[in-house]
Design a protein around this ligand. Structure first.
Ligand SMILES: [Fe+2]
Ligand SMILES: [Fe+2]
Length: 412
């Protein structure tokens, strides 16, 4: 199997001679009968750009120790993505509960112990070596979706079997993009019309299913069908035919959320169908903050029991359960309409990734006498990075705190 030069370890055996572009061989298997030693590895790395047919790659015999090394490489990648999630930023920290994180990492690790999974995911990773950011975005998206899907599965108390199927499907859901006509210039999607986008969706989901089937993982035929179906439906799913808490529902929603809030190689977001965009507005066909995507899901799925508990699980993981309050946005707007001078600012803002907790008064010069302005001040960081002190709006902040409290079952 092809190994990236940085992943080669002493003791690994060459599967074939290492050829150089100049036409000669760097090392043949006969020269290293006991496997590669430090000296060999050093020269492979020195000549890595001269290797042929693929620079930076060497054909190594697949055995237990090779697979163990690749397992280590992939685990480190997933751990890196998990750390980025925990640091917050684009994605809310959905791994803040240590016990939940432990369960997530146990199930992901169990799946990654499967040699067929290692082989496929490692190959997928190799496609992004030395990739520009636009390419690595897809790899990190895959790992984040896997972690979010698994975390949602834990929250929903899915069975271990369903969780394993969900993690396999998550890891493989976008592998077909590598075989799509548009890859790697995925920015072209920004120019696509609805039909072309649908073709791209059908094509890459189909290719991902094929990649999964060709991996030949040993499993029951029904399990294979379930995983293939979960991969196939990751963008377009008919919820009427789904079972609640099915891996297909969870992967669809986890992928959708990450697609909308995370970086992608293209500006367009195509996870909401055109029918859904008619309800939500075309603004949801581009990158949005977490609040916006959660509010969109609440709007679409409040009355769809099959999806609703998954939506609630994700909002709880994100610490945004307030957004599941019926008509939250409208209720917030009613509160903000109290301001007679249009100087009200909810904070944090609804366009970001945190639920608004208070309202401040943007009338810095105090041009208006206002009965609603409170005594307490708050320091807000401006886009320039500068901290500015504002007065809180007493009336609106009180009402917002009361509104947010509605999400707590016992009202506190
Ligand atoms: Fe996809
Ligand atoms: Fe995806």
């Amino acid at each position: 199997m092809l190994l990236y030069v940085d992943d080669i370890m002493p003791g690994m055996q060459l599967e074939s001679a290492i050829a150089l572009k100049a036409g000669s061989y760097l090392i043949t298997p006969k020269e290293a009968p006991d496997g590669l030693n430090e000296k060999f590895i050093d020269s492979i790395r020195r000549f890595s750009k001269q290797l042929t047919p693929l620079p930076d790659f060497v054909n190594i015999i697949e055995n237990e120790s090779t697979l163990a090394k690749l397992h280590e490489v992939l685990s480190a990648d997933i751990a890196r993505v998990a750390e980025a999630v925990k640091a917050g930023g684009d994605t809310p920290n959905f791994l803040s509960d240590g016990e939940l994180e432990e369960k997530v990492s146990r199930v992901v690790d169990k799946v990654l112990a499967n040699p067929d999974v290692i082989r496929e995911v490692y190959q997928f990773k190799n496609a992004f070596r030395e990739g520009a950011d636009s390419k690595t975005a897809l790899l990190d998206h895959t790992f984040r979706v896997t972690l979010l899907a698994a975390a949602t599965g834990v929250k929903l108390r899915m069975s271990v079997v369903s969780m394993i199927n969900l993690v396999i499907a998550s890891l493989m859901h976008d592998m077909g993009i590598l075989r799509s006509e548009q890859y790697p210039a995925l920015q072209v999607l920004d120019e696509f019309n609805d039909d072309q986008l649908q073709d791209f969706v059908d094509e890459h989901t189909g290719h991902s299913v094929e990649t999964f089937k060709n991996a030949g993982m040993s499993m029951l035929p029904q399990t294979r069908l379930d995983i293939a179906r979960t991969i196939e439906l990751h963008h377009r799913i008919d919820l009427a035919t789904e079972k609640p808490r099915s891996p297909a529902v969870v992967l669809h929603l986890a992928d959708l959320v990450d697609e909308v809030i995370g970086p992608q190689p293209h500006k367009l977001r195509y996870n909401f169908s055109r029918e859904q965009l008619r309800i939500l507005g075309t603004g949801m066909a581009k990158r949005n903050g977490t609040n916006r995507v959660i509010l969109a899901l609440v709007k679409l799925y409040r009355k769809v029991p099959v999806a609703w508990d998954t939506v609630v699980a994700i909002t709880e993981l994100f610490g945004q359960q307030e957004l599941t309050i019926e008509n939250y946005e409208e209720k917030l707007k009613d509160i903000l309409d109290i301001c007679p001078h249009a100087k009200q600012k909810p904070y944090p803002s609804l366009s970001g990734g945190k639920v608004p907790r208070m309202v401040y008064c943007n009338d810095l010069e105090q041009k208006y006498q206002c009965e609603h302005r409170g005594q307490s001040q708050v320091a807000i960081q401006m886009p320039s990075g500068k901290m500015v002190q504002f007065f809180k709006c007493g009336t609106m902040t009180n009402r917002l705190v009361k509104l947010n409290r509605e999400s707590k079952p016992n009202g506190d």
